[in-house]
Design a protein around this ligand. Structure first.
Ligand code: HCR
Length: 370
């Protein structure tokens, strides 16, 4: 029985879901999936993974030199990956299909009693694009970005290209590009994520981190592996080489400066290094906040009342469709509440040029002044 992890009553639903995937490319959010694979969490919550290693994030501001800061930014980035890409599989046994945020959906929360604040808004519905802003004002550090996904299906797996970028600002600026992912394990009904190819962190001072991902059956044969180099620029001499897994330990290896070879750079599996975000209780949230807006759907999924979940989801989606129709009829355009669109963002263009990277899109979303 190949689909061993699929509940008996949902096996035929799963098979037709996989068939519909095979003939599909674009945005997965529209596909109806069988209940066992539905997640009660909206994609608008995912930017909280950037803030979970909160101490590593904030300590970027303690970096004394460009090199020291580049190491700290790289360490923070690597430490976010296991939350982003393996958390759900670890906690629930498989990756699941998140709720598709509605236009203007918000996710608001913080760490350290409001010192580190996350603001998220769904800035586009078709295609789905999420904008986020993570800031510790006291320490003068901001990470702001946007993300969208382009999915395609091949060789029994889903390939997800992340579109978008983040810019980290702390004295200088850092462009953070996002890795590609593959969703494997579909046939057995236990989807999980592996990262592939390369992502970069380009500092405005010139230093570049190049993170190469590999999985089981690849170079190292170990899943969730990476080899990261910090160079004086794209293709420049190597200052540090770091290798290991982004879910566990990474070490400095040759060539690395200052006799660091063999020492530990990061243990991403260390307990307590990632703290979940704090959000207001649902009753105190605003009407556009994710957990309030999706409550009935999430409750239905959690309690196994999929009928209630699907009725509530239909109601929300119909109301959204009606809003768009009304806006069209009244000649109005939806106004974002938290972010402003910045087309051809010059800061992004500058950093992308340093990286010698030809971006597909150059739009950014910037948090409105509050
Ligand atoms: C691909 C994915 C939705 C997008 C998720 C992203 C890329 C969102 C931005 C975050 O910063 C990082 C991130 C992590 C997730 O691993 C990734 C999700 C994994 C699965 C999900 C698909 C849309 C679900 C497909 C349905 C399958 C399980 C049948």
């Amino acid at each position: 029985d190949e689909a061993a992890n699929v509940p008996a009553a949902q096996k035929s639903g799963w098979t037709s879901f996989l068939k519909s995937l095979a003939s599909f490319s674009g945005d997965l959010s529209g596909l109806t999936a069988p209940p066992f694979i539905l997640s009660p969490t909206s994609l608008s919550e995912f930017p909280s993974y950037w803030g979970e290693p909160k101490d590593l994030f904030t300590s970027i501001a303690d970096g004394k030199t460009p090199e020291d800061r580049q190491l700290r930014v790289t360490k923070w980035f690597l430490s976010t990956l296991s939350g982003q890409f393996t958390r759900r599989e670890k906690e629930t046994g498989s990756e699941k299909k998140p709720l598709n945020p509605f236009l203007g959906e918000q996710f608001l929360g913080s760490w350290d009693n409001g010192e580190l604040v996350l603001t998220v808004e769904q800035v586009s519905h078709h295609p789905p694009i999420t904008a986020y802003h993570l800031e510790n004002k006291k320490r003068g550090i901001v990470f702001e970005g946007n993300c969208a996904q382009k999915t395609s299906f091949s060789a029994r797996m889903i390939s997800v290209k992340q579109v978008g970028h983040g810019i980290l600002r702390v004295k200088l600026a850092y462009l953070v590009t996002l890795p590609k992912l593959k969703i494997e394990g579909l046939w057995t009904g236990k989807p999980y994520v592996e990262l592939t190819e390369t992502s970069y962190i380009q500092g405005s001072h010139g230093l570049t981190s190049t993170i190469k991902y590999s999985g089981a059956g690849w170079v190292t044969g170990t899943s969730h592996s990476h080899t990261t180099t910090i160079t004086t620029g794209p293709g420049g001499p190597t200052l540090y080489t770091i290798t290991g897994t982004w879910t566990g330990e990474s070490k400095f290896v040759k060539p690395s400066k200052e006799g660091r070879e063999g020492t530990v750079f990061l243990d991403a599996g260390e307990e307590g290094m990632r703290e979940p975000i704090s959000v207001k209780p649902v009753e105190q949230q605003g009407e556009y906040e994710s957990r309030r807006a999706w409550k009935a759907v999430a409750d239905g999924i959690r309690s196994g009342d999929y009928n209630a979940a699907s009725v509530a989801k239909g109601a929300l989606e119909n109301a959204e469709r009606q809003r768009r129709k009304d806006e069209l009829a009244n000649g109005q355009q939806f106004q974002l509440r938290l972010f402003d669109l910045r087309q051809n963002d010059p800061e992004y263009a500058h950093l992308a040029a340093l990286l010698k990277f030809k971006p597909e899109e150059e739009d950014s979303w910037i948090l409105k002044a509050q």
